[in-house]
Design a protein around this ligand. Structure first.
Ligand code: GDP
Length: 176
C-alpha cells in the first residue's frame, strides 16, 4: 500500500470539509460545525485504472479563516498533493484559490507536488438556485497554464468527488 499526504486549502466556506466528508464517509451534512485549525482523516482507495494498487490518503483539512493562515505551511510543507478549493458561485474564492496556488508554487520545493484545483457547489447552479460566478473554461485554462489538475464537483450530491481522488492517486502512482 502506498501512502500519500494530501492537504486542503481554500477560502473559508468553499466546502473543503464537506468534500473530505463526502470522500471519507460518502455523506453530506449541511449543519456540520466548521473546522478549527486543522482536522486529520484518512481514506484508502483502489485505483480504477490499476486495480492492484491501493493508496492511502492522509488528509489534512485546514481552516480557511484568515487567523489560521500562518499555520498552513506546517500542513503543506510535506504534502504530496494539495486540493485547492473554490466555490463556483463566488468569484472571490477563485482569486483566493489562485493565491494559494502561487504560495504553494513559491514555497514547496517538491517538483512532484500534485495540485488539483477544485470548483465546488455545482449543484447550486445546476438546480438554478445560484448563478455561476466562475466559468468552467476560465478555471480550466488557468489550471492548464499552471500544470494543475482540475475538477468541478458537488460535495452535496457527490458528483465528481471520487474522480478527484482517483486522478490524484493515478498521478502520484505514475510519478512514484
Ligand atoms: P469549509 O469552510 O471550506 O470547510 O466549508 P464547509 O465544508 O464547512 O462548507 C461551508 C458551507 O457550504 C456549509 O454550509 C456546507 O453545507 C455548504 N456546502 C459545502 N459543499 C457544498 C456543496 O457541494 N453544495 C452546496 N449546496 N453546499 C455546500
Amino acid at each position: 500500500m502506498l501512502q500519500f499526504k494530501l492537504v486542503l486549502l481554500g477560502d473559508s466556506s468553499v466546502g473543503k470539509s464537506s468534500i473530505v466528508h463526502r470522500f471519507v464517509k460518502d455523506s453530506f451534512d449541511e449543519f456540520r460545525e466548521s473546522t478549527i485549525g486543522a482536522a486529520f482523516l484518512s481514506q484508502t482507495i483502489k485505483l480504477e485504472n490499476e486495480p492492484d494498487v491501493t493508496i492511502k490518503f492522509e488528509i489534512w483539512d485546514t481552516a480557511g479563516q484568515e487567523r489560521y493562515k500562518s499555520l498552513a505551511p506546517m500542513y503543506y510543507r510535506n504534502a504530496n498533493a494539495a486540493l485547492v478549493v473554490y466555490d463556483v458561485t463566488q468569484a472571490d474564492s477563485l482569486a483566493k484559490a489562485r493565491s494559494w496556488v502561487e504560495e504553494l508554487k513559491s514555497k514547496v520545493s517538491d517538483k512532484d507536488l500534485v495540485i488539483c484545483l477544485v470548483g465546488n457547489k455545482v449543484d447550486l447552479c445546476e438546480d438554478g438556485s445560484e448563478p455561476k460566478a466562475v466559468e468552467k473554461e476560465d478555471a480550466e485554462s488557468y489550471a492548464a497554464e499552471h500544470g494543475l489538475l482540475f475538477h468541478e464537483v458537488s460535495a452535496k450530491s457527490g458528483s465528481g468527488v471520487s474522480a478527484v481522488f482517483q486522478q490524484i492517486g493515478s498521478k502520484l502512482y505514475a510519478q512514484k
